[in-house]
Design a protein around this ligand. Structure first.
Ligand SMILES: [Zn+2]
Length: 312
């Protein structure tokens, strides 16, 4: 087992605009409870993303808008809705900044020490956020910021983003569609929120989507990656692999209808680590996306991290 670099911040639990929301503060500790069972990890405190890091993927007017909302919710102690299920209250924007910052630190960590996979354990998630719009529980697109952080380093010319959250990462896809230096590969339930990600709709040659019908389980998930997603990543030969790690394809999850088990998250973690070892000198960094059953989060995040750190 190699050591995992774990980046997190307790203030990611302060984002709690609507009590009872499935994207709840206890998700953070649920994942940490799992990772604490690893034999070896190094825990690092996250730093908030800088404005410069956010502007690599978000429009200036959008970053300004969230700054304004942050001041407003602090002054008036109120909750502001950004879309039907995405809200901000005191601590929300800071949590999102920490989430994006942690993902960037994960990238820096795995560039400095490629032998150690990195995992940003943060919330809110990010992969639905578009360059100018909050969406689906997501304020800033952390994995997109991480990709640009990597590409700002001259040693990294190509980044593959692998997204196994049960929802399609529409924001990440929109930000990078058509780019030659970023590949986006995603498995997700179809149909399901946000409605994008149908492989029949050709978006751009760097976008690879595999939709899974409701009720799909381990076999369909593994076949999708083996038959449709690993080959393009192999051909792309990335210098660094990023992972949008959502655990809501787990059979216990309340927001979707896939039937993955803990060992499927071990499997995907290990497969992606092997790809990183083959092409990217081992460089692999993950960031937490969804997963809304607390017990499943603990077990599947641990399984994923074990796969990520398994020597082979
Ligand atoms: Zn999700």
């Amino acid at each position: 087992m190699t050591e995992l670099l774990l980046i997190s911040h307790p203030d990611c639990a302060l984002h709690n605009p609507v009590p009872g929301h499935p994207e709840q503060p206890r998700r953070l500790q649920a994942v940490l409870d799992g990772l604490n069972q690893l034999d070896r990890f190094e825990a690092v405190t996250a730093m908030a993303a800088t404005r410069e890091q956010l502007l690599r993927v978000h429009q200036p007017a959008y970053v300004d808008q969230l700054d304004r909302i942050d001041r407003q919710v602090r002054d008036r102690r109120e909750t502001i809705s950004l879309d039907a299920d995405t809200h901000a209250a005191v601590g929300s924007v800071q949590a999102a900044r920490l989430a994006a910052g942690a993902a960037c630190q994960a990238v820096e960590g795995c560039i400095e020490r490629p032998e150690h996979p990195a995992f940003a354990v943060v919330r809110p998630p990010g992969h639905h956020a578009e360059s100018g719009r909050a969406m689906g529980f997501c304020l800033f697109n952390s994995i997109a910021a991480a990709a640009e952080q990597a590409l700002a380093n001259p040693a990294i010319r190509k980044v593959a983003i692998c997204d196994f959250d049960v929802h399609h990462g529409n924001g990440t896809e929109a930000i990078f569609a058509g780019r030659r230096d970023v590949l986006f590969a995603s498995s997700h339930q179809l149909p399901l929120y946000p409605g994008t990600g149908d492989p029949a709709q050709k978006v751009a040659s760097n976008i690879f989507n595999a939709g899974l019908p409701p009720g799909s389980g381990s076999d369909e998930f593994r076949t999708a990656w083996q038959a449709r997603l690993f080959d393009p990543i192999d051909r792309f030969a990335p210098d660094l692999i990023l992972v949008s790690a959502g655990f809501d394809a787990h059979w216990r999850d309340p927001l979707a209808q896939l039937n993955l088990k803990d060992e499927d998250f071990f499997w995907i973690g290990h497969q992606l680590k092997v790809l990183a070892d083959t092409h990217a000198g081992g460089r692999i960094a993950a960031s937490l996306e969804g997963g809304y059953d607390l017990h499943a989060l603990t077990e599947s995040a641990l399984a994923f991290a074990e796969g990520l750190t398994l020597a082979h």
